[in-house]
Design a protein around this ligand. Structure first.
Ligand code: AMP
Ligand code: GLY
Length: 425
């Protein structure tokens, strides 16, 4: 089979490395891929948002199956466009991807179907939003309606910061059209858990849970990033909480999307907060998380392509999706300065024995065949082991052997999870 994977980050590298293990697959093309991915797939310089280009390539190259990984092409209807040409896909249609594409849609969905989430108000004008901010409880959470590269959420501790956020989104157009409408919601507290799931619109199979580390600096301080590291499973996600999530969140969400005529097929990502009143949804994503995928897929025992095909063909109930009873830790090595400005073009050295452990996010291949940094998040370095401690220790021991100038990484990935485990004992 000839497979196409849309996207070019660490998540896509993790998907491709897993797909490569499938005996059914002959060729994998990555659009656009990156310098690291080119060791595992044929990279073609077509951007992930270039729907016409992607479809043209797929038809011309007789692609049998496409995996659309990033949010933008999903929301833009890449799956619809490929399906129209008879190409089977893993990923939701645009109608279903709206669950991530519009926060107003997802908040209203949860309200309508009684799915636990933070209380919220929707605003269409800055004037109304600013008026609400004069009296709302603090801290407060301000969210741009549309996609904003993960930067559209502001937690404001005081009214001044809240006003600034509203003005930037609604008046200054900081996120373009995405910020024309906003949600202001209740501030929740509690540990966060990411749960990725496979769903074909009838059956939902949660994958092993994970914990992201979104802030740039050790101790969960500094700016929000795309994610500086992950561990799986997440110790806060107990069997009791998992059962409650299935009953109150996962199944109701799948059913709600069906009732709305927006059947979701693909990877549905639940960003959850375990509050004192039980688990609540912080966000939905219509795709695999990044860098969650870099710890979840290495723990998947069942052939990924078999699962993906079962999702597409709506027969997920017929297969057993199994995970190894192990732990994984991914440490993101970034460029110093990320998520703000940083320099690029530094040569990366990865010992041969570690290439299997590294998912490349932001690197390109020079004419000399050398890998050089080209993005903020450069590498995701993953270790799987029998215990969380060994996975964390292992990931950091790999990081020590990998070099590029101006490399920056958090030194406490997994620390919170390890202390949660020791509290349990
Ligand atoms: P999101 O892009 O919706 O995942 O939000 C980014 C981060 O903001 C989340 O991972 C949470 O840490 C935080 N956040 C979002 N919504 C809330 C909320 N209602 N209360 C507290 N923190 C939140
Ligand atoms: N790691 C969070 C996300 O993929 O949105």
């Amino acid at each position: 089979m000839r497979i196409l994977v849309v996207g070019g980050g660490g998540r896509e590298h993790a998907i491709i490395k897993k797909l490569k293990q499938s005996p059914q697959i002959e060729n994998i093309y990555a659009l656009p891929g990156n310098g690291g991915i080119s060791h595992d797939a044929e990279c073609v310089n077509i951007g992930a948002k270039d729907i016409e280009g992607i479809v043209g390539f797929a038809v011309e190259n007789k692609i049998d199956y496409a995996v659309v990984a990033p949010d933008d092409p999903l929301v833009l209807g890449c799956v619809d466009a490929l399906n129209n040409k008879g190409i089977k896909c893993f990923g939701p249609t645009a109608k279903a991807a709206i669950i991530e594409g519009s926060k107003i849609f997802s908040k209203n969905l949860m309200k309508k179907y009684g799915i636990p989430t933070a209380e919220f108000e929707v605003f269409d004008t800055a004037e109304e939003a600013l008026k609400y901010i004069d009296t709302c409880p603090l801290p407060t959470v301000i969210k741009a309606d549309g996609l904003a590269l993960g930067k559209g959420v502001i937690i404001a501790e005081n009214r001044e910061d809240a006003r600034t956020a509203v003005k930037e989104m609604m008046l200054d157009g900081k996120f373009g059209k995405s910020g024309e409408h906003i949600v202001i919601e209740e501030y929740l507290t509690g540990p966060e858990v990411s749960v990725l799931s496979f769903t074909d619109g009838r059956t939902i199979v949660p994958m092993v849970s994970s914990m992201d580390h979104k802030r740039a600096i050790d101790g969960d301080i500094g700016l929000n990033t795309g994610g500086m590291g992950t561990v799986a499973p997440n110790p806060y996600y107990t069997k009791k909480i998992a059962d409650e999530c299935m009953e109150r969140i996962f199944l109701p969400t799948v059913n709600a999307m069906n009732k709305e005529g927006r059947t979701f097929k693909g990877c549905l990502y639940f960003g959850l907060m375990i509050t004192e009143k039980g688990p609540k949804v912080i966000e939905y994503n219509c795709r695999f998380g990044d860098p969650e995928t870099q710890v979840v897929l290495p723990l998947l025992k069942t052939d990924l392509f078999t699962v993906m095909q079962a999702v597409t063909d709506e027969r997920l109930d017929e297969i057993d999706v199994e995970f190894y009873d192990k732990h994984a830790c991914c440490v993101v090595m970034a460029s110093k300065g990320y998520p703000q400005s940083y320099e690029k073009g530094f040569e990366i050295s990865i010992p041969d024995e570690l290439t299997d452990k590294v998912f490349v996010a932001g690197a390109s291949l020079g004419d000399d065949g050398k890998l050089r940094t080209s993005g903020g998040r450069v590498l995701g370095v993953t270790c799987t082991a029998d215990t969380l401690w060994d996975a964390v220790y292992g990931a950091y021991s790999y990081v020590e052997k990998i070099h590029f100038d101006n490399a920056y990484f958090r030194r406490d990935i997994g620390k919170r999870a390890l202390s949660a485990l020791s509290e349990e004992k």
